[in-house]
Design a protein around this ligand. Structure first.
Ligand SMILES: CC(C)(COP(=O)(O)OP(=O)(O)OC[C@H]1O[C@@H](n2cnc3c(N)ncnc32)[C@H](O)[C@@H]1OP(=O)(O)O)[C@@H](O)C(=O)NCCC(=O)NCCS
Length: 179
């Protein structure tokens, strides 16, 4: 089981879809995970049916151990088994549970799953270059800034640079990352 003392990760279930639909349409999360146009319930259901059978993506519900409350999602997608890399994403929904180390716990479990179970070698994501909080969050986990995509996206009336953050198995293994 993917768990530590406080949280666990489990596969996203059909019964989580209503909740997840609400979350991905909140402005902060939509912006963070790149939901540009509203997602219909039908499209979400189709997405889930494909997800359930896919081998190149997996979405986990992040849950508190003490009451099983579902508090956010972490995911791997574009999993490339030949080159052993994957993109990931994370969001926690309730701002009042932020800055308590929950996101770090969820990422550590996801990274452990990706490196130790799926045998991947590299994880990566993109974020906007002025999102210093998120960059600090990933750097705390050992991610390096690997590059800048200039004016890569048009967000709220402006072109923004995107930063690529990556973590290599070797770097992770050199730290004491036993969960
Ligand atoms: C990103 C996210 C998962 C972080 O979760 P979290 O539980 O709040 O993060 P943690 O408490 O584990 O933070 C660990 C460290 O990251 C950095 N950090 C996290 N959030 C920060 C913030 N808002 N401002 C500054 N630094 C921040 C800090 O260094 C923090 O350590 P500290 O609290 O001891 O200073 C959460 O903020 C979130 O869901 N945001 C909305 C969705 C999103 O932006 N996803 C990322 C898309 S790329």
């Amino acid at each position: 089981m993917l768990a530590d003392e406080v949280i666990y990760l489990r596969r996203l279930e059909a019964t989580d879809l209503d909740r997840t639909w609400e979350w991905i349409h909140t402005p902060e999360i939509a912006l963070a995970i790149g939901v540009n146009i509203p997602v219909s319930r039908t499209a979400q259901l189709r997405w889930f049916e494909r997800l359930d059978q896919a081998t190149d993506k997996i979405v986990f519900a992040v849950c508190f151990r003490d009451n099983n409350e579902h508090i956010g999602n972490v995911s791997l997608d574009s999993i490339d088994y030949r080159h052993r890399n994957a993109r990931f994403s994370i969001f926690l929904t309730d701002p009042t549970i932020r800055r308590q180390g929950i996101g770090t716990r969820a990422m550590r479990l996801l990274i452990q799953y990706a490196f130790e179970f799926l045998n991947l070698n590299r994880l990566y994501c993109k974020t906007t270059s002025d999102n210093h909080a998120i960059i600090a969050f990933y750097r705390n986990l050992g991610f390096c800034i690997e590059g800048r995509l200039r004016e890569h996206e048009y967000i709220q009336g402006h072109y923004v640079d995107k930063i690529i953050l990556g973590l290599i198995l070797h770097d992770w293994a050199c730290e004491d990352n036993s969960v």
